[in-house]
Design a protein around this ligand. Structure first.
Ligand SMILES: C[S@@+](CC[C@H](N)C(=O)[O-])C[C@H]1O[C@@H](n2cnc3c(N)ncnc32)[C@H](O)[C@@H]1O
Length: 238
């Protein structure tokens, strides 16, 4: 590229890389969204249901990111809406949210009136955040039972015992290291939601692991993509 042109475009190239707004991910997101709605026909009504969910959680989410956590660490409102809708249409009986926080609030709010009943476990690799999550849940009229420190959880819980698993725990290195174990938590026919796959190195690792284990996955970029370019994958346990 001609030098003057390069300097003119440089800020945009940096932004493009930082946000990872590659046409490949966007195209995959659109294609996978169609496949998702074919595989899970109840998601056909997604936009209407997600808009109700967003409205339900928006005020608490805004307060949570302003006063408890921040908008980089907490699950996005787009992901929260997806988790809520996914529970409504799938009526899971056991959910585990790895990486406690606002996601724990979303799942436990669903579980409060769920029929059939839904048991939610929330896990963290950082004991301090479990304490904050317990305080937040109790302050919002939800139970703070089944809060686990990751080493206790993974040594005591039977593999294949959850309908829905969210993996949003710890640093990206920890997330990559724990991925294989996390995938075993979902029962046959269950689903694992992997947040933050916008990060290229993590996404590459995710692809390697899922492909080596022969697990199908779909990009949720179209419906969980947020203003920080974050998005999630949905993995189908065999
Ligand atoms: C991406 S966060 C998990 C967010 C959680 N699922 C939520 O919706 O709030 C990953 C980990 O960072 C830690 N964490 C959460 N909020 C944090 C904050 N504001 N600052 C530093 N660490 C945080 C917790 O240990 C958590 O497991």
């Amino acid at each position: 590229m001609e030098l003057r042109r390069y300097f003119r475009l440089r800020p945009y190239i940096g932004m493009y890389r930082r946000l990872d707004i590659t046409p490949v991910q966007t195209a995959r997101g659109w294609r996978d969204d169609g496949t998702l709605r074919e595989r899970i026909p109840a998601l056909d009504e997604y936009e209407a249901m997600a808009s109700v969910s967003r409205e339900k959680f928006a005020a608490d989410h805004a307060r949570y990111v302003a006063s408890v956590s921040n908008d980089v660490m907490a699950a996005s409102i787009e992901l929260c809406a997806f988790m809520d809708v996914f529970c409504q249409i799938g009526t899971p009986q056991r959910v585990v949210d790895l990486g406690s926080g606002f996601s724990s609030y979303v799942f436990r709010s669903y579980a409060k009136n769920a029929e059939p009943p839904c048991e939610v476990h929330s896990v963290d690799d950082h004991a301090g955040w479990l304490g904050k999550t317990a305080e937040y849940l109790e302050g919002h009229g939800l139970d703070a039972d089944r809060l686990w420190h990751w080493p206790d959880f993974i040594s005591q819980i039977e593999p294949g015992s959850f309908d829905v698993v969210l993996h949003d725990m710890g640093s990206m290195e920890f997330r990559a290291e724990s991925l294989s174990q996390v995938l075993t938590l979902a029962k046959s026919g269950g689903h694992v939601i992997l947040d933050d796959v916008h990060k290229p190195a993590y996404r590459k690792h995710v692809h390697q692991v899922l492909e080596s284990e022969g697990l199908e996955y779909l990009s949720l970029k179209k419906i969980t993509g947020d203003s920080k370019a974050r998005f999630a994958y949905l993995v189908f346990q065999k």
